[in-house]
Design a binder for this molecule. Sequence first.
Ligand code: RTP
Ligand code: MG
Length: 143
Amino acid sequence: MAGLKTLTMIKPGAVKNRHIGAILNMIEEAGFRISAIKSLKLSKEDAENFYEEHKERPFFPELVDFMSSGPIVAAILLKENAVEDFRKLIGSTDPAEAEEGTIRKLFAESKAHNAIHGSDSDASAERECHFFFSSKELLERHP
Ligand code: RTP
Ligand code: MG
């Protein structure tokens, strides 16, 4: 059975451009519950650890620099089939290929500065929720 939760980050560009409110609104309108949420700035080391699966990729240094360049918003989102449904809501990695109406189509500046992150599997969601939130914060709360 597909998992109930996913982890998102509103990336530094979208925070800087004051799109937090609009993005969270789209997330709630799409049926996700925000179970935990915080704003913080990642260090370079944090960003390296978060994206360690990409460390051999040519874009890794740029990714780490960007993700540690300013504050982000991290949140745990709850919904049936959360990972897949959220990846649909955010759209393709490259906004040029993202469908109309998706968060990346609306708010991404480029493939590198693409507004938002979504976990790519239930296992990644589990790891990424623990990356940002303590066990108390991880208790699944339905308002
Ligand atoms: P994310 O993990 O941030 O949700 O993005 P994603 O799954 O759609 O894409 P992924 O392959 O995991 O790549 C992570 C982030 O690295 C940047 N990237 N840049 N310049 C490039 O060719 C390139 N490829 C990937 C993107 O910001 C992507 O979101
Ligand atoms: Mg990814």
